[in-house]
Structure formats: structure tokens, C-alpha cells
Design a protein. Structure first.
Ligand code: BGC
Length: 728
């Protein structure tokens, strides 16, 4: 019997190839052979747990049995050619032998760790983003991985939310560019035919959780949903992304995992053809939300909305068959989702060779290579933001260097959160990089404070003593790696503990102090901002962190990164973001009454969106704006007027002055990172397609025609040019 089915399956696969059938048709040939159990199996994703020695299946006998019965279609958290091969073999021994998909959270690199996504976002450099995704993709596919659960493209305006580290930051336009670049980097097939599926997550508006508390309710207007949160997902869909992942949150009363409104937009309005995976357990959580009556209803609501795969809630595996048998869910609905999974397996070539991603030789030779590390270093230095510089940077390293702060020597903290495959002792710390690069220097080190014991001052004395004896001090401050990430929202985003107190003492002791702040989100550090002579915001930079920091400190790389989400001055300002609405009584600088501000704190952020300094300076001249058929054209002349080669992020913002719905006071609509050698001068031309002005208003989509103000700015608050122009 089994032989007949296998033969049938073989023929059904082989015949279409000769007849040049599409992947959909090939998938249908298989669907015709499948039982209901096997169909629901394709929609069931389960985890393998990872322990020191390798993967462990929780209730392992059961999962192996399910694999052999064809009741699991994909797995997450199994990695490495050996382990994925072992699991694949179990699945192939099932009646139809349909291969498994292996997914993993490759969020910022696989074994070679790149900066966290929020840091890469601050590079404002699509090429760097593509490079980071490309290396991550290669290391993944040679390790048995078919699918990364990335890019995370949740716009967020709340730095308390722990997951801002994984995302693009506050701006919708830039997030859309980043989404496109990441999809390109991840999904482009490699020369040997291997390719990675990417996943746009979390669909949608997860970043709008009330109060920045992870998993919290999302209650937003349709205008904000469409204008702020959805466009990066549309960009990912338009770029041909293979999968989407549901968000945990509800939106206006309906959890994302069963939200027909969202999936109608995705499949019908955007014409998306890929699959949708739930988030971990999120189908079952619709009961907890108080939306689904029970888990059976949750399964029905999810599949009817268009959610293809159930990750780890077991609602599909437990109830789908029964729902179809009882006629509550049509078999066609089930088949539609199964087809999406099989099509992806065809695209990856798994029906031709289920082990094609399991070549141990490639795995041994292509991971953590010098070239990959060089790429990580390059992206890392492009991700460091120069926040302040009173002429101290760049420095020629003197003889006596004092290094202060636990993060200077903490390998684990270099990688940051969300690194599932990396070895925790690979990253280069600042201290190690210094010792390697300056073997002749006298380098002293003191922790000064403890990253976990927040109020411990016992290390102050030693730190102040070494600061007093040094020519230069490198002071590392920040939050430790476990303080940002999923379920790591913070109610207070000041630099933790006594760090600022120590920093002030160090500044008093040694004026030549360079402060490096590490972390996964914008933090508040007003005293440091005011008193430090030089501040670099380094985020978590990954494997080559220490080397990249030194490259910037020494001027081998002139910093070019910019703030990807506004840094607040006060907790009470949050949410603080640049593309706010004007209101009828706009905020004013003076403490005037009756304006849109608090009486006790400033309304402006500490560092606005797109802020960032360079070792050189740029002059803008001859800026003109005109309308040319279906575009707005911006021309300008840019000169590097300083002493170093460097990059300038040229930014164009627009404001629609009036209309049927109000629009933000500024929206970024074009930006370009321009490299100029010192003294060099260039004519720059940028354009905004009129289609980019479309917006969702009170009556749905509007073409955006109207009277506009166009700005060119150094960052979102500091404009150097503006003009009004009709766009009709
Ligand atoms: C996260 C996802 C992730 C998934 C699988 C969830 O908790 O929200 O972003 O992809 O786990 O690890």
C-alpha cells in the first residue's frame, strides 16, 4: 500500500515537472493524496528545545511519533545540519514523506552576530542592511535552516517597549525601506540554489501596545493603523516576502491571529501569495483575550481569517480535522492553507532533495568566516551614533588608557538579546580590541558599577583612581543584554542604577572621557548628556563590537549613523516622536500657557529622530524644489566642509498643510546617505513620487493632492530649508 502511494506521489511530482506545472499545481497533486490528518499536519509547527548537547524534543517520543505519522509540517528551534537531517529523516519516513520546514529566529545574524536591528536601522544604509541579512541568510541555510522569523518591522514610538531592539524604530517610511532591504538580503537565492524564507512580523501594530507594555492591548484609529503601522508590511509583501507572522496583540477588540480585517488587506488588497504563521501559541491565546469561546473556535477563526500555520498552540492539530468533518470549516479552506505550505517547500527545492540544506562541509566552512566577521564589523561601525563631541573625538590613542564600566569586558553583552545560535564567548569586547590594537599601551580596567546590582557603589573608588591616572578614559555605560527584548519592557528607561552618579565623578576627574552607551533601546541619561565631553551610542553591536567601537574612536571610521527613534528627556514625554500632529495650539518653546505641552517638562526630545554627528561638517546650498509630472524633485548642492571624509544623511520631509484629514507636521519621504571626501562637493537630486503622498483619511484612501511644505533637514527637528508647493 505504502509503495503504491509513494509511487503515485513520485509520479505526481515527476509528471508535473515534465509538463512544467506550477508549484501550486504540483502541490495540488499531493493534496489530492492527503488524508485530513496529513493536511492538518502540514499546518502544525512544533518546537524542538535546545540544550547544551543539541535539540531535545519535549515529550520527545510523541513528537517523533507525530513526525512519522505526517502530523508535523514544520519545526522551529532545531538547527545544524546533523540535527535537522535527523528530524527530516523522521518526517520522510511518514506515509507521504513530505519534507519538513525548519524555522528559526535569526534576528541579527546566525553565528556571526550583527548589531541588533534597531542599531542597523540607525545606519540608514540599505546596503549595510542587505549585507547583514545576506550573511545571516548564508550562515542559516548552510546550517539546515529554511526560514528566518525576521524582519521584525513593527514601527514603535515607545522606547519602554522591550522589543524596539528588534525593529526599525519610529519612522514608517524608513521602516518600509528597511523591510525591503532585509527581504532582498534574506531571500535572494544563492548560487548553489539554497535560499531562505523571510517572515514579516508581527502583523500588525504590535509596536502600538498601550504604555509600551509587551503583549498589551492595541487600540488605534484606522488612520494610524494604515498610515503608520501597515506600510512596512506592504513593502515586505511587495518585495515578495515568503511569510508573515501574526502579532500577539488585539487591535481594536480583535486579536491579530483571527483578525479578518487584517488578512483581507494582506491577501486581497495587497495580493500577497505567501503563508502566514501564528506567533507562539497566539491562536490559543485568542481564548485568553476573551475573543474566542474556546480553542476549537479559535482554530476556526484563525484558519478562516487566513492564518496558515499554528505555531505551538496545538489548536489546529487538535481541532481542524473535526471542524472539517463537522462541516464548520470547508475542506477547501483547509486545502488553500496546505497549498501555501507545500508551495514553499517546492520553492526551496525540498521535494527534489530534502537534505539539500544539510551539507556538513558547507556548514563547517561558511560560518564565522573572516569575511563574515569583516562584514559584521563594517555594519557595526556604521551603526554607532555620535551623540556629542566637544572636540575630543577622534583620538590618537595615548599611552595610558583607563577603561571603566562592566560592559567594556562583557562578551555576552556585546551580542545583545535574540541570538539563538551564537556561542556566547566569541564577541570581541572593547577591552580585548584595545589590548590587541595597542599592545604597547598601559590599559587599566575597573568595573566601577555592577550591571545587575544596581545600587552598588563599592567599585567607585577604584574607577575614579584609575581615571585620575590616565591620559584618556573610555567609560562604558548601558543596560545589560537581558533588559531589552521580548517581555523586557521597562517602566523606567533611565540608565539603570548608579551609573550616572559614577559618570559625573569620572567627568570631574578626567576631562578626556569618552562615554560609550550600550543597550537595546533609547535611554534617558540627562546628566551624562549634559556633562560628558563625548558620547557614542553603540547599542549592542555583535561579534565585532569592540573592534567597531575602536574604529570609530580612532577615526578609522567617521560616524554616520542617526537616531532611529527619538530619545526622550523625560519619561513623561513618552510617546515622543517627530511626526506628530500640530493640534490647534502647537507646543511652544517658552513656558507659555495654553499650548500643547506640560508645564513642568520640555516637549522636545533629547535627541530627535535622524539626529547624529560626524567628525566633519556639511554645507547645503542652492536647494530647489519643483514638481515634475508625478514627482516632487529636490535638488541641492552638498559640500564636505570639514577635515574628514564622511557621510551625510540628506533628509526630505513633507507636510500637507490642510485637507479633509489633518496630517503630521513633518513626514520623512526621502533620504539618502551621501559620501563625500573632505572638500568634495556634489549636486544631489532626490525625488518623491506623488504616489508616496497617498494617505488614509477619514473616508479611506486619499491621493494626497494638496498644498505642501517641503523641508530639508539635518534631523527631524533642525530644518535648514523649507518651501511651499502645490501638488495637484
Ligand atoms: C516571538 C516571535 C518569535 C517566536 C518564535 C515569539 O515569542 O514573539 O517573534 O518568532 O516566538 O520564537
Amino acid at each position: 500500500m505504502k509503495k503504491t502511494i509513494l509511487l503515485l506521489l513520485f509520479c505526481s511530482i515527476m509528471i508535473p515537472i515534465s509538463a512544467q506545472k506550477t508549484f501550486e499545481q504540483k502541490a495540488d497533486s499531493i493534496i489530492a493524496l492527503m488524508t485530513l490528518d496529513e493536511k492538518t499536519g502540514q499546518l502544525n509547527m512544533v518546537t524542538g528545545n535546545w540544550e547544551a548537547t543539541g535539540p531535545v524534543l519535549r515529550g520527545s517520543d510523541d513528537k517523533v511519533k507525530l513526525l512519522k505519522e505526517g502530523k508535523i509540517g514544520s519545526m522551529l528551534n532545531i538547527r545544524g545540519t546533523k540535527h535537522t537531517r535527523d528530524m527530516q529523516a523522521q518526517a520522510l519516513s511518514s506515509r507521504l514523506g513530505i519534507p519538513l520546514l525548519f524555522g528559526l529566529d535569526v534576528i541579527h545574524g546566525y553565528r556571526t552576530v550583527f548589531p541588533i536591528p534597531l542599531a542597523i536601522s540607525s545606519s540608514f544604509d540599505p546596503e549595510a542592511i542587505i549585507l547583514a541579512s545576506r550573511v545571516a541568510a548564508r550562515e542559516s541555510v548552510v546550517s539546515g535552516i529554511h526560514w528566518t522569523f525576521s524582519p521584525m518591522i513593527d514601527v514603535s514610538r515607545d522606547p519602554r517597549w522591550g522589543r524596539v531592539m528588534e525593529g526599525p524604530g519610529e519612522d514608517t517610511y524608513w521602516a518600509s525601506i528597511m523591510a525591503k532591504a532585509m527581504v532582498e538580503g534574506y531571500q535572494q537565492p544563492f548560487d548553489d540554489g539554497l535560499e531562505l524564507m523571510a517572515c514579516a512580523k508581527h502583523f500588525a501594530a504590535y509596536g502600538a501596545a498601550i504604555g509600551g507594555r509587551d503583549y498589551n492591548t492595541v487600540d488605534i484609529s484606522m488612520q494610524t493603523l494604515h498610515n503608520v503601522y501597515l506600510p512596512p508590511f506592504k513593502a515586505a509583501a511587495d518585495s515578495g516576502i515568503a511569510s508573515f507572522m501574526c502579532a500577539f496583540n488585539e487591535i481594536n477588540g480583535v486579536p491579530a491571529s483571527g483578525n479578518k480585517y487584517l488578512y483581507d488587506i494582506l491577501y486581497n488588497t495587497w495580493g500577497y501569495k505567501g503563508l502566514v504563521v501564528s506567533d507562539w501559541g497566539s491562536i490559543g491565546e485568542m481564548v485568553v483575550h476573551g475573543y474566542s469561546k474556546d480553542r476549537e473556535t479559535a482554530a476556526q477563526q484563525a484558519i478562516e481569517a487566513g492564518v496558515t500555520i499554528d505555531m505551538e498552540s496545538n489548536c489546529y492539530s487538535r481541532y481542524l480535522k473535526q471542524l472539517v468533518e463537522e462541516g464548520k470549516v470547508s475542506e477547501q479552506t483547509l486545502d488553500n492553507e496546505v497549498r501555501k505550505v507545500l508551495v514553499q517547500k517546492y520553492k526551496l527545492g525540498l521535494f527534489d532533495d530534502p537534505y539539500r540544506y544539510c551539507n556538513p562541509e558547507k556548514e563547517a566552512n561558511e560560518i564565522l568566516t573572516p569575511a563574515n566577521r569583516e562584514a559584521a564589523r563594517d555594519v557595526a561601525r556604521k551603526s554607532i551614533i555620535l551623540l556629542k563631541n566637544e572636540g575630543l573625538l577622534p583620538v590618537e590613542m595615548p599611552k595610558k588608557i583607563a577603561v571603566i564600566g562592566p560592559y567594556a569586558g562583557a562578551k555576552r553583552d556585546m551580542d545583545g538579546n535574540w541570538t539563538v545560535a551564537t556561542d556566547k564567548d566569541v564577541a570581541v569586547t572593547l577591552l580585548e580590541a584595545l589590548k590587541t590594537r595597542y599592545p604597547g599601551s598601559e590599559i587599566s580596567f575597573a568595573k566601577g558599577f555592577d550591571s545587575k546590582e544596581n545600587n552598588d557603589r563599592s567599585g567607585f573608588e577604584e574607577a575614579i583612581t584609575i581615571a585620575g591616572k590616565a591620559d584618556i578614559v573610555l567609560l562604558t555605560l548601558g543596560e545589560h543584554w537581558g533588559m531589552s527584548g521580548e517581555a523586557r519592557s521597562r517602566g523606567d528607561i533611565h540608565l539603570p542604577g548608579v551609573q550616572e552618579e559614577l559618570a559625573c565623578k569620572i567627568y570631574e576627574t578626567n576631562k578626556n572621557t569618552i562615554t560609550l552607551v550600550m543597550g537595546g533601546r533609547p535611554m534617558i541619561f540627562n546628566q551624562v548628556s549634559e556633562k560628558a565631553p563625548a558620547i557614542l551610542y553603540t547599542w549592542w553591536l555583535g561579534t565585532e563590537a569592540g573592534n567597531a567601537m575602536l574604529d570609530v574612536i580612532c577615526g578609522e571610521y567617521n560616524p554616520s549613523a542617526r537616531v532611529p527613534m527619538s530619545f526622550p528627556k523625560h519619561l513623561g514625554q513618552i510617546p515622543v516622536y517627530y511626526n506628530r500632529k500640530n493640534s490647534g495650539r502647537p507646543s511652544v518653546d517658552a513656558e507659555g500657557n495654553y499650548s500643547n505641552r506640560y508645564i513642568d517638562i520640555d516637549y522636545k526630545p533629547r535627541y530627535p529622530f535622524a539626529y547624529g554627528l560626524s567628525y566633519t561638517s556639511f554645507e547645503y546650498k542652492d536647494i530647489t524644489v519643483s514638481k515634475d509630472n508625478d514627482r516632487i524633485l529636490i535638488k541641492l548642492n552638498l559640500t564636505n566642509t570639514g577635515d574628514y571624509d564622511g557621510k551625510e544623511l540628506v533628509q526630505v520631509y513633507v507636510r500637507k498643510l490642510w485637507g479633509e484629514s489633518t496630517r503630521p507636521i513633518k513626514e520623512l519621504k526621502a533620504c539618502e546617505n551621501i559620501f563625500l571626501k573632505k572638500g568634495e562637493n556634489k549636486e544631489i537630486e532626490m525625488s518623491i513620487p506623488c504616489s508616496g503622498l497617498r494617505y488614509y483619511g477619514q473616508n479611506g484612501w486619499e491621493d494626497g493632492k494638496g498644498d505642501y511644505k517641503i523641508f530639508v533637514g539635518r534631523n527631524a527637528e533642525e530644518m535648514i530649508f523649507d518651501t511651499e508647493i502645490p501638488v495637484y
